[in-house]
Design a protein around this ligand. Structure first.
Ligand code: GLP
Length: 241
């Protein structure tokens, strides 16, 4: 596990976007794994900038997002599909049919999960996956639990995650209680993983991910076992390392 410490979120955005840029330049038909949350936003801003100035071309790229709230459709402003349109896809040229976000309104969520994992496999697997980390050590929506979930599956959100994500909704009552999320197995299959963490609220989770035991009680700790992981942290998030 490679840990790199930067002065702020903007510097991290440049560094993380450079990994994606190198990947897409080297392999124009790359499969990129994408995340929501505030952490990847500076990375996405740089990718938009580099597309607009002609450096990058995403026309052959395929993307898979990590997760989605159950019950929120594409046009709900807090859905992760909507987030991705607003923060990345509106500004780059990934073809619409190559963009994948788990469907939170599918009638058969288990079937949707299986289908999602099959689509990733058919696309050849994920070349580079970006992750954020929850205050409780979750990655995607894999919450602390007793065993690592394998494939894309339905998750009951913990109170800690509901509290953390209430800031995006009018009130806590409006935060969905369930999500569909890539599993730890799906994430660990990515050939390269970059994880972005900023701010002091992430310091304990970053410590437990890097220095703690590998345990599903801190889902991100499993990344210690992946051969190609880089953590991009600012000084506040890395304070306990
Ligand atoms: C959500 C997402 C995660 C994300 C986490 C942290 O729960 N499902 O993928 O990593 O929030 O978000 P932020 O980057 O805003 O701190």
């Amino acid at each position: 596990m490679n840990v790199k410490i930067y002065k702020d979120a903007n510097a991290i955005g440049i560094a993380a976007a450079s990994i994606f840029a190198g990947q897409v330049i080297a392999k124009p038909d790359s499969v990129l794994g994408l995340a929501t949350g505030s952490s990847p936003i500076p990375t996405y801003s740089r990718l938009i900038e580099w597309y607009k100035n002609g450096t990058l071309d995403f026309s052959k790229v395929t993307t898979f997002n990590l997760d989605e709230y159950i019950g929120l459709g594409h046009d709900h402003p807090q859905s992760y599909y909507y987030f991705m349109q607003e923060n990345l896809f509106h500004g780059i040229n990934v073809p619409a049919d190559k963009i994948h976000v788990p469907c939170g309104t599918a009638e058969d969520i288990d079937g949707e999960g299986k289908h999602y994992d099959e689509m990733i496999a058919q696309a050849g697997g994920i070349d580079v996956q970006i992750l954020g980390i929850g205050n409780n050590g979750h990655i995607a929506f894999n919450e602390p639990c007793d065993e690592f979930p394998m494939g894309t599956h339905k998750v009951a959100l913990t109170q800690s995650t509901i509290d953390a994500n209430t800031r995006f909704f009018e009130s806590s009552d409006e935060v969905p209680r369930y999500a569909i999320s890539m599993g730890i197995g799906s994430i660990m299959k990515a050939r390269q993983i970059i994880l972005v963490a900023t701010g002091s609220a992430k310091a304990q989770a970053v410590h437990d991910m890097v220095k703690g035991p590998v345990t599903p009680q801190c889902p991100a700790s499993v990344l210690q076992l992946h051969p190609n992981v880089t953590i991009f942290a600012d000084e506040a998030a890395a304070a306990l390392l």
